[in-house]
Design a protein around this ligand. Structure first.
Ligand code: PBG
Length: 323
């Protein structure tokens, strides 16, 4: 045998030398859940190890992440039912929980990268990512709300705005609103190929944001479709996105790879709540080696072509030196 691939695997030093995929703190984005009040830190029951923080505790959590070199955060709010309405007006109200959280994180940690979520669902009494009229999700009317929300985030100091709603035309619309208001420097990370996925279940528990009626299939993509992601990608590129996101990640590695091969923009992948909870549940039962499973999953998402990974594992992998 002239070719013996095992020779390049024979020692740790050689294995490290030929390693093709690297994962560092710089590639990781940590999603954080926030809730109103003081001194709150409540575990999400379907996401062991993940909490909703009031702003005071959020700042402590951000600080401990920063000390680990984890410096990018994506914030999501839990909103009281009484503050929700059909137009998600709480989302851009001055002094709202979310807007205060952005400003506080940026004031205390100016070097952190704060990514903000633009979508109506946490604030919408219908639980959808758009305005609902007679069971229909209105596209163009929703864009106006998204524009107001994005502008409010930019004013609070958001570094990157991430629209997760899947309305048509929202990247171009939001880019225009930001540019018209002198926020040319604020980036857009588009949830570009976002699928109507069962893996979002635990996240909707965390936010109390499940749709009150119907599902999200008229705006989120069909899990059966791959080529359609290319249409979304080319529109987002033309409309001015700075990052393209694929979500979920693990069941959609082919889509990450496809977009990587078709765009020069950086690809982000969202290792979503259900992907996190599956591993936690299996590890708690002793069915999987938690550390190795998590490292393998995150590495596979990078290998598929993701530049950045949004993951609930971000902090624990650095804290425990699992990567
Ligand atoms: C909705 C949104 C969802 C997630 C992020 N933004 C859920 C949904 O579309 O219903 C899910 C993230 C996760 O599961 O971790 N705007």
């Amino acid at each position: 045998m002239l070719q013996r691939p095992r020779r390049n695997r024979k020692s740790e030093v050689i294995r490290q030398m030929v390693k093709e995929t690297h994962l560092t703190a710089a590639n990781l984005i940590f999603p954080l859940f926030i809730v109103d009040g003081q001194n709150q830190k409540t575990e999400v029951s379907s996401m062991p190890g993940i909490y909703r923080y009031s702003i005071d505790n959020l700042l402590r959590e951000v600080e401990s992440c920063m000390n680990l070199g984890l410096k990018s955060f994506d914030l999501f709010p839990y909103i009281e039912e009484s503050l929700k309405d059909k137009y998600a007006s709480e989302s851009y109200r001055e002094g709202s929980l979310y807007l205060r959280a952005i400003a506080e994180v940026k004031r205390n940690f100016p070097e952190a990268c704060v990514i903000t979520d633009v979508a109506m669902d946490p604030y919408n009494s219908d639980g959808h990512d758009g305005i609902v009229e007679n069971g229909v999700i209105l596209n163009d009317e929703t864009l106006e709300v998204l524009g107001k929300m994005a502008l409010a985030h930019a004013r609070m100091g958001a570094d990157i705005i991430a629209p997760s709603d899947m309305m048509d035309g929202r990247i171009g619309y939001i880019r225009q609103v930001l540019d018209d208001n002198d926020f040319q420097h604020v980036s857009l990370m588009s949830y570009c190929a976002k699928y109507a996925s069962a893996f979002y279940g635990p996240f909707r528990d965390a936010l109390g944001s499940a749709p009150k009626a119907g599902d999200k299939k008229t705006y989120q993509m069909d899990p059966a479709n791959q080529r359609e992601a290319l249409i979304e990608a080319s529109l987002d590129e033309q409309e001015g996105a700075d990052f393209l996101m694929v979500k979920p990640a693990l069941a959609y590695l082919d889509v990450i790879k496809l977009l990587k091969d078709h765009t020069d923009l950086p690809i982000a992948a969202y290792n979503v709540s259900g992907e996190y909870s599956m591993i936690k549940a299996a590890a708690q039962k002793g069915w999987l080696d938690e550390q190795r499973t998590i490292a393998e999953v995150l590495t596979s998402i990078r290998r598929a072509g993701a530049t950045a990974i949004l993951s609930y594992h971000s902090k624990e992998v650095l804290l425990n030196k699992w990567i």
